[in-house]
Structure formats: C-alpha cells, structure tokens
Design a protein around this ligand. Sequence first.
Ligand SMILES: [Zn+2]
Length: 656
Amino acid sequence: MADSSEKPATHMRISINKVRTNIWKHVRRQAVHSLLVLLRNYLRGLALLIKRPRLAQELVAREQRIRELKSNLARERRKIRQLKKPERRQIPTGSVHYGDLRRLRPISPNFGFDRGKPIDRYYIENFLAHWSGDIRGRVLEIGDNSYTQRYGGSRVKVSDVLNIAEGNPQTTIVADLTSAEHIPSDTFDCIILTQTLQFIYDVRSAIQTLHRILKPGGALLATFPGITQTSCREYGEYYCWAFTQLSARQLFEETFPAASIGIEAHGNVLAVIAFVHGLAVEELRREELDYHDPDYEFLITLRAVKPEAALSQGRRAVERLRRAIMRPRSRSEGKALILIYHRVTELRSDPWSLAVSPERFAEHLDVIRQYALPLGLQQLVQRLLDGELPDRSVVVTFDDGYADNLHIAKPLLERYDIPATVFLTTGYIGHERGFWWDELDQLLLQPGTLPESIYLKINGSIYQRDLGEAAHYDEDAARRYRNWRGWQDAPTARHSMYISLWELLRPLAEGERRQVLDELLTWAGTESENRPTYRPLSLEEAVNLAQGELVEVGAHTVTHPFLSTLSVASQRSEILDSKANLEEILNRPVTSFSYPYGSRSAETVAIVRKARFACACSTRAELVRSSTPRFRLPRVHVADWNREEFARRLSKWFSD
Ligand SMILES: [Zn+2]
C-alpha cells in the first residue's frame, strides 16, 4: 500500500501528454488536407482558365456522376444489410408480386447457359476449387476434361475422359459405370464426377465401380442435383434420380468407409427458383448464392476417399487374370439384341405397352427370320463365353408368364422356327388372381361406375381422392383413351388415380399389396375377376409351354418385387424359390433369370450368380457386345409396332 498514492498522478500526466499529442496530430492532418484541397482547386482553376468552357462542363458532369454512383452504392449497401437480416416481413396472402416469375415456361430452358454461368456451376466450381489438391496424378472425368485441366493444372499427369458411347474425340474410355469390368481396378488418383449420377439407374453398381477403379488413397469428387428440373425433353429418358444429403450419404457408405466421406448441401430457396428458371450466376448476388438454407438442398457435393490398403497377393493375381481376359480382341465385334415381349394379344387398355397383336408379332418374327440371326438365350450366353458373338443375332424373350404366351405366341414361334425364353413369376402360376397391375387396370381403366371419392390407408399414409365426373366411365371414354400410356399425362381423374396407386403399390410386399387391392375392390363394390385375356399360365400350361426344344422357361422371382429394395434374405428367397419351384414343375434345370422391372443391386447379381443361373436379363435398352456381362444382359422393349417400324428399329439398333 506504501507507494500506491503516487501512481494516479503519473497516470494522469501520461494521459494528458497522450491527448496533447493526438490533438497535435489531428491539427497537422487537417492542415495538410486543407493545403491539398487548396492546391487541387488552384490546379482546377488553372485548367479551367486554359481550356474553358468544355472542360468546365465535363467537370460538372463528372461530379454529378460521382454523386450518383455514391448514392447507388449507399442504396446497394442498405439492400445487403437488409438481406443479411433475417427476413421477418410477412407477406399477406394474395399480395405476392410475381413480376417476371409469373409464367408457366422457364425464363431460359437451357439452365442459364444462354444468360451466363448456370447457377449450379457456382457451387460445383467452388467445391472443385476447394479440393483442387485432390486433382492430381491420373484423373478421370466424365464427359470431357475441362475441370481436370482447370483445377488440376500441372498436378495432372494423365487425363482420362469416360463416356458411355463412342463419338466424342476426347473420350479415352468407353464404359457404362454400372458394368465397367474392362476398366482395371486401382487406376485413378482422382475421379471428377459432376452431375452424372442422376442419369444412372443402377447407382449402387456405379458407386462400386468408382470405388474399385480408384487407387487406394484416391479421391472421388462428386456433385449431384437435389431440387432441380429434370429437363425431360433433353435428358428425360435417362434422368432417374434426385438426391438428398441423407440418401447420398447412405448410398456411398455402402461402399466407402463412413469416415472417408465428406458431404455438403448448398443453396437456398432463391438459388433453386433462379436455377429452375434458367437464370445465371451473374443475376444473383454472391451473398444470395452463399446463403445456406438446410431445408433447400439444391446441390450436393461429396468427397470420398478410398482407404489405403495394401493389395493382397490373391487380389493381384485375380486382377492380372481379369485384365488378360478383358484385353481387347482383334477380330471385329459382333452385336446381338435381346427383345422383351410380355403379351401377344389385343387389349382395351394397355398403360405399359405390354401387348403386341398376334398379326404384328408374326410380322416381327418374319423380319427377324429374314434380316437377323435368331438365337436362343442360352446359345447367346455360350457364344459370349466362347468369345464368338455372331453379328446381328436376335434373342426373343417374354416376361411375367401370361397364358397367351402358350396359346398365341408359341404357335407363331413354331411357325417361324424362332426360339424364345419365357420368364415366369412363379407365385402367379395357377393363381386364381391375375397380376396386380392388371387388377388395378380392371378396377380403374375399364368402363363402369365407381364411388365418387376414396379414403384409404396405404402403407401408413392416407390416400384420398375425388374422382368427380370420372367416377362414371363409359365405353366411348374407354375407347377414346385406349392408347393412353402410363408415362403420358393423365387424361382423367381415373388415369391419374391409376398412376398414383400403381406407384404406391409397386414397392409393397405381395401380402400388403393384395390387402390394399382387396380394400380397393371393396370400395369399388366389385370382386376380383380373372379376365381370360389377362390370365397367368396355369401349372399344366407352364409344363406345356416348356415342352419341345423351342421355348426355354426362365425364372422371374416368386412375387415380382422390386428386388433392389428388399433385404438380402428376401431377395435370396425370391430368386432361389422361383428357380426351385420351376425345376420341380418342369423337372429340368432352370438357368436363365430376369430381374423384375430390371431392378437389381450388386447383392442381387451375386445371389443370382451363386444360385447357378447361367445368365440374367435386365431392362436396360442396349445391344449385347462381346464385353457385356452375362448377369446384366441388356434388353430392348418391343411395342406394338408394324413390320416397317420394327424393321426400321432393328436396323437402327444394329447400325449404332
Ligand atoms: Zn416382369
């Protein structure tokens, strides 16, 4: 306590000195500033004296312009401050100003390319720039290599470009990511996969390929759309999925270790609206683009790294063998086409284009006989194994197991001596009820009167609809909409109800589906009738169908489920039981399989392979080539085309 009394005085002195110094500094600054202003005015006056009066006018105009710019800047700053504040202003119902957005077609249908940089690119490019260190060594990019060059620069030693089809001169690898066995494992240090996954139906297989072909320690940089337009007219045929952060994470965690996956969603309601309207990055402010609203997952970015792990001796040997098998062969490659039919009959309604009339089917067979080489499915598989795929070979297959396959199709196949494989859904053989999609058709797309509204619980949620005028549906209306297809716009409330129920029923287990169908029948006040034209084969008919050398019977599961959504155990019983049932009925081995709806996962393929099937058919519309895996045989759907149309399509397929 002794010397503390002196301290305040010292402090005071120091503070006063400080204040004095500051005042002096301020005065000095002021003086310098005034001097500069004087000097500037003097110079200005001097200039005016020399070049008057044009310069004087210009000066006034410039000063005016500067004032305007300053006030604009202040206005923009105010707006930014407003934006940064949470938007609390309530807009009463009915008083939203739509302005230019009140329109039914987008401002630009080209994602904004015609206006500047598309908005999704903003997030994609920020993401790639952030992880540009990953883009090094051997880099694979889909489509072209612009991002590899832009963000990898001199770090990139080899740049590969993958495309699904030939034709792009930049392409170094032609492959379908879902079955790219010819790309060696552990090849790439980095894979850039922007906006691609949504076009691949079998996403799981594609992710497995990406993981396989990455080097240990290599990084996958992927982006995919969340909420956006599908752009159906340009890409609709292939646009399968939109993702969420959650679904993307779960999908990738099936293949990559969870800890190696970094995933982020980007965007907000404004970015979504601007993008779906085809506006460009230049039309939004940076703060608007950067604002992240977790409820609006506009674009998702994902980085996944393949773990470092030494290759075991065994795996190396298998890989060497695989590369040797996959080495391109020198001789010219044959192409084959597998056709899918379902029914040979005429129907009053055919929402899935399953029926081909007997006349037209005969014409198709005639064209095949004349212009192609008809082969049995097992023959085709043998030729694939031998590496001797004959060119222009055509295989006929039927899915599901309708009775008309025996009574109408088989005699025609015999007349033209063309082999076919018929895949049977064994749970329906001899069943008194028809296929579920046909019961739905009977309920809604056939003439009659239904109650005007429906209220039903399906799979835990309420299904409620009003049919209104469409409750009554007469012969004329049925005739008018006879050629309506499920992928077209619904012309009446009945059609839209058919589609919504079809979508709700498809993923259900058979028991649940039957229960809903029963409730629908009760609602309609009718009973299930097994219409003769819609009948599945009986037991005896299945035996007759398989008799002789021409028709092979294959398995198509027990209840026709969407296999990839089932547990491995359920998939196994669907696949194995259908094989065992058929072998018991037919008393011969059943070695061909077809995936209902083409749906399969890597596990599905493994189960089918292990169950001693020789091959399995999907619904991917492609040619069979010598490199096509025999458990993912593509097939082409055939509609009720006339002779010319069928021949034209066949020749187009083979010339591709
Ligand atoms: Zn089927």
